[in-house]
Design a protein around this ligand. Structure first.
Ligand SMILES: Nc1ncnc2c1ncn2[C@@H]1O[C@H](COP(=O)(O)OP(=O)(O)OP(=O)(O)O)[C@@H](O)[C@H]1O
Length: 623
């Protein structure tokens, strides 16, 4: 193994532009570590394992992924049995949410970070296989002193990305060893195994998530068509591509000379544009036909074997009926597995008086879900929504708790009922609860524990009976750790958590577009039709502002449409050149975008399709 000092010197030389024989992905990652994350190769940092509570959240959010990935992981672990390999499945933030390794080496593995809860994002751990793979979206081997941080230069790690059906990176699969031969080529087989397992996980994910669509499996050789196809595509009833296995289809697209297109570019496209078939031909590719009949030709002439699976709708009657959800909760999604889980849990919780914390990015529908829970449990009493971030700090107390007559200068002589009392007998929805000032958190806790509220300046408390739903786009557990949120209140509000998926992760985006458009038609008393190109743009967009951004975009499109037809020219410009500021966390870009809008927060919020409070919040964070 190289000495620590010579490793540090080598990285410094590369940083100064020296030519290096190492692989390009390693050099690119070293340069990112030096220039973008400002990491110092001379400062070694041991592997970071996230705290228990945080790990629980990561695992809860990745529950479906872990379930789908498990059998792939087990099969891979069996393939490499006896070779001291460890398998890690990390989520899109680089946190290990599933792990398989030899328990005999537990202590060593934990110390090396090859363990449940270890975080391998590049900006934290320096060059590593998971981190480099997250950035490049490509399989990669990071072998021994390819690692940036000298703490990790004994390890060899090989990782492959797992994308969801819409082409967003959802996980990274990694296979690592504490000790290995010095030559990097010893890991080529590991690279092949990890990439094919990632491909199979993508396939299992597509099949699980697209029960209501056609699925077309594709393979270069007929023998593997049904057992291990190269790629698969999901198609809606009109033959449009609604999802695909990113890794496998990307490789096929390269063979079809379509390497310049990202797999996302195929979403929303009719199948007839890629292959010489139409939706009506799909039954011809179903099981029972001979392989010879199941041949498919790509538009460039490449011939593939195909097998089609019909939507499960027809089989529905044979499947045991799902418990019926209350109507308000039933209409929240259509064919998105993560949402279906949220709806099923929400229905069970709605029937009980349990405080629920709803987490999700801004605009992902937290208030909408809270209302649906309230309506779903019979909806008796009022639903009172309070946005803790929007009420000025000095008014929150009197708004929430109310005040006695003449309680303070300027107070009304009659006093005022607070929102908590207004909600008594119904539901109180505390949005952006993370922004509640610490002093008031204690008072809120008392209301929840004692079921009574004491208005400002009042001598006696009044009894209240309410269900509390709260929401935050911020990580409340992190705020607790930073001492900015009371732990006792956190546990009180968070008896159950519902995590809403971001719009870019949802499998029913096409259905949501139609739902929201139908709502706009009703409001405007008009009818609209999206043309194919416009639909494709909507399906391919990242939607950093989630459902709110989508709803705003459709309103703009409806207003600009000609004769009710929405084409690409009716869509808001930012969908075509999405400013990087739309992605949370990109601070310089946010500053720049604000300058471009003449420092007008409302204009920037309109441009990004998010609330003004969202922009204010991000600016507050920057300060
Ligand atoms: N399942 C859904 N179907 C249709 N429209 C929805 C759905 N969920 C949310 N919306 C719409 O999306 C928009 C944003 O929803 P909502 O206000 O509930 O998001 P939020 O997560 O509470 O936002 P914020 O974080 O800014 O408070 C609203 O216009 C809402 O009507």
């Amino acid at each position: 193994m190289v000495s620590t000092l010579s490793h540090i010197r080598e990285i410094e030389r590369v940083g100064m532009g020296a030519v290096s024989p190492r692989d390009a992905p390693v050099i690119q990652s070293w340069l990112r570590c030096l220039n973008d994350y400002k990491l110092d190769p001379a400062v070694a940092q041991e592997a970071y394992i996230v705290p228990e509570l945080k790990l629980r959240e990561h695992r809860e959010q990745a529950e479906e992924l872990i379930r789908i990935g498990r059998s792939g992981l087990e099969a891979l672990f069996n393939q490499v049995a006896g070779q001291n390999y460890v398998l890690l499945l990390s989520d899109a933030r680089g946190v290990t949410v599933d792990f398989m390794g030899d328990p005999t080496f537990d202590n060593q593995l934990r110390k090396a970070g090859l363990y449940l809860g270890s975080e391998w994002s590049e900006n934290r751990a320096g060059t590593c296989a998971v981190g480099a793979c997250m950035v490049s979206g490509e399989p990669v081997i990071i072998h021994q002193d390819d690692h940036f941080d000298t703490s990790h230069i004994g390890l060899t790690c090989t990782a492959a990305p797992v994308f969801d059906t819409l082409g967003s990176l959802t996980a990274v699969l990694d296979i690592s060893q504490l000790r290995s031969p010095t030559v990097k080529t010893s890991q080529q087989l590991a690279l092949h195994l990890v990439a094919s397992t990632a491909r199979r996980i993508e396939l299992a994910n597509l099949i699980t998530r697209t029960r209501n669509d056609w699925v077309l499996r594709l393979a270069r050789s007929p023998e593997f068509l049904d057992v291990d196809p190269d790629a698969a595509i999901a198609l809606d009833g009109s033959g449009r591509i609604t999802g695909l296995t990113h890794g496998g289809f990307g490789a096929l697209a390269r063979s079809m000379n379509l390497a310049g297109l990202s797999t996302r570019d195929f979403l929303g496209q009719p199948i007839s544009q890629v292959f010489d078939i139409d939706v009506d031909d799909l039954p011809r590719f179903m099981r029972g036909r001979s392989n010879g009949e199941r041949l498919l030709q790509a538009r460039n002439g490449l011939v593939l074997f195909a097998s089609a699976v019909a939507p499960a709708v027809n089989l529905r009657s044979a499947v045991p009926a799902q418990p019926r959800l209350p109507r308000a909760l039933r209409d929240l999604s259509n064919g998105d597995a993560a949402m279906e889980r949220v709806q099923a849990r929400a229905a069970k919780l709605a029937a009980r008086d349990i405080p629920i914390l709803i987490q999700g990015e801004t605009g992902s529908g937290k208030e909408f879900l809270a209302r649906a829970i309230h309506d779903g449990c019979g909806g008796s009493g009022a639903f009172v929504a309070v946005n803790c971030a929007a009420i000025p700090e000095h008014l929150i107390e009197s708004e929430l708790f109310g005040y006695a007559p003449g309680a303070f200068t300027g107070a009304s002589q009659k006093g005022k009922r607070g929102l908590i009392e207004e909600a008594s007998g119904g539901a109180l929805f505390l949005d952006e609860i993370g922004d509640m000032p610490l002093a008031l958190q204690g008072r809120l806790l008392r209301v929840l524990s004692e079921n009574e509220v004491q208005p400002v300046g009042a001598l006696k408390a009044r009894a209240v009976r309410l269900r509390v739903l709260s929401a935050s786009h911020r990580d409340l557990a992190e705020l607790v750790r930073e001492g900015r949120f009371r732990q006792d209140l956190y546990y009180r509000l968070n008896a159950a958590t519902l995590s809403l998926p971001a719009l870019r992760q949802r499998q029913d985006l096409g259905w949501l577009v139609d739902q929201l458009l139908a709502r706009i038609e009703k409001e405007n008393g008009a009818s609209y039709r999206l043309d194919r190109a416009a639909r494709a743009v909507l399906l391919a967009h990242d939607w950093p502002g989630n459902l709110r951004e989508l709803s705003n975009a459709l309103r703009v499109a409806a207003a600009l449409s000609e004769g009710g037809v929405i084409g690409t020219d009716s869509l808001p410009d930012h969908l075509f050149a999405e400013p990087a500021a739309a992605r949370p966390g990109d601070e310089d870009a946010l500053r720049q975008a604000l300058t471009d809008c003449g420092n007008n927060v409302s204009a920037l919020a309109r441009k990004l399709g998010v609330n003004r409070s969202t922009i204010h919040r991000r600016l507050k964070r920057l300060n």
